[in-house]
Write a protein that binds this ligand. Structure first.
Ligand code: AMP
Length: 139
């Protein structure tokens, strides 16, 4: 299985399609998931293209995890979450639908279950507002 440089996240990185950006640095980009399983569901991707965790350079994974930690902290703070999950799927059999390495950040609340994976598209105004609030909470 090879990396397709025209996948949807590669297009976001190239600026060909928009996203609700939370954070960007030399190595990574964080943005809102358009079909959030919970309010505040966001994604962190490396700028370097790989399909999943196993074909990524370890240094790329390390940079990406730094951003995951930073954005998870801001997301939990913003939504006053009781906890959070990090999810990362590899290949269709595992539920992966976009074949560019990405980490899901999912704020979790006591007694609240998640909406389905790749469910309903959220209102863009709401996603923009959530991205702005998470950006404000970044340390
Ligand atoms: P996965 O199944 O782990 O590959 O998840 C891909 C995620 O990307 C899903 O949660 C989708 O809702 C999300 N997604 C798909 N297209 C976009 C997009 N254009 N912008 C933001 N998130 C997206």
């Amino acid at each position: 299985m090879t990396y397709d440089p025209n996948n949807i996240f590669a297009k976001i990185l190239k600026g060909e399609i928009p996203c609700h950006k939370i954070f960007e640095d030399e190595h990574t980009l964080a943005f809102m998931d358009v079909m959030p399983q919970v309010d505040g569901h966001c994604l962190v991707i490396p700028k370097n293209g790989s399909r999943g965790l196993l074909d990524a350079e370890p240094a790329v994974v390390a940079h990406t995890m730094e951003t995951v930690q930073k954005v998870a902290a801001a997301t939990v703070k913003t939504f006053m979450a009781d906890g959070f999950q990090i999810r990362q799927y590899n290949e269709s059999a595992a539920g992966q639908t976009v074949f560019h390495l990405h980490f899901h950040i999912l704020p979790m609340f006591e007694g609240q279950s998640l909406r389905p994976h790749t469910g309903k598209m959220a209102d863009h105004a709401v996603l923009a507002a959530h991205a702005a609030r998470i950006r404000d909470a970044l340390e």
